[in-house]
Design a protein around this ligand. Structure first.
Ligand SMILES: CC(C)(COP(=O)(O)OP(=O)(O)OC[C@H]1O[C@@H](n2cnc3c(N)ncnc32)[C@H](O)[C@@H]1OP(=O)(O)O)[C@@H](O)C(=O)NCCC(=O)NCCS
Length: 172
């Protein structure tokens, strides 16, 4: 088994990222705010804008034998009064690669990137309340719960609560 490689995604990664994102939306729709129906029409040019966002954001991928096996995005709020807050989005590891530490590697990369964002004091994320694996990962990295949104998502007619978590950054 080869070692995983984590790196920042570039515009050249748009095609595999698009595919992984659509796979994620189909496999665990309750884990994401967006839907397959909303994103399957996105072009590679749209995806390239995710990869090279304005405002300090970035996307990271983890590769196994050169194949994209997981992804995560990190961004910061745009509004002047909220620019001190970063957020994690699109966290996903392909089912066949789970339980091998890839999710943790992605989170380390995203948090390290957030630390480079000047003036950012905390990293926020939301996790579906029944997602024990993701919540355990985030808690193990120092994220704590600051809120709970009831009935945050409605997916295929089922309502899901979300847990809101945040990690304070020492250098913020
Ligand atoms: C959540 C997810 C990203 C974790 O990725 P992963 O590569 O399997 O995670 P790792 O192997 O790096 O595990 C890291 C930690 O996560 C937790 N974890 C992972 N799988 C777990 C499971 N099945 N049950 C409980 N905790 C689990 C553990 O704390 C683990 O640390 P440990 O190995 O030291 O015990 C992956 O399960 C996934 O993509 N799920 C579907 C999409 C999703 O839920 N995304 C998150 C949206 S907020």
């Amino acid at each position: 088994m080869s070692e995983p490689v984590v790196r920042r995604l570039t515009a050249l990664d748009a095609a595999p990222l698009r595919q992984l994102r659509l796979d994620a939306l189909v496999e665990t729709p309750e884990s994401f705010g967006s839907s397959y129906e909303e994103e399957h029409t996105l072009t590679l040019a749209d995806i390239r804008e995710w990869i090279t966002p304005a405002n300090d954001g970035a996307m990271f991928g983890v590769f196994m034998q050169d194949a994209l096996a997981g992804m995560v995005g990190v961004g910061r709020q745009r509004k002047l009064k909220m620019r001190h807050k970063a957020h994690i989005w699109s966290m996903y590891v392909a089912p066949a690669q789970r339980g091998r530490g890839l999710g943790r590697l992605l989170m380390h990369a995203a948090i390290a990137h957030a630390r480079t964002m000047r003036g950012v004091r905390q990293v926020q994320l939301s996790v579906t309340a029944n997602n024990a694996a993701a919540a355990a990962l985030y808690a193990s990295l120092g994220f704590t719960v600051y809120g709970h949104e009831r009935e945050a998502l409605c997916v295929n007619g089922r309502l899901y609560d979300e847990t809101l978590m945040a990690l304070p950054l020492a250098n913020g």
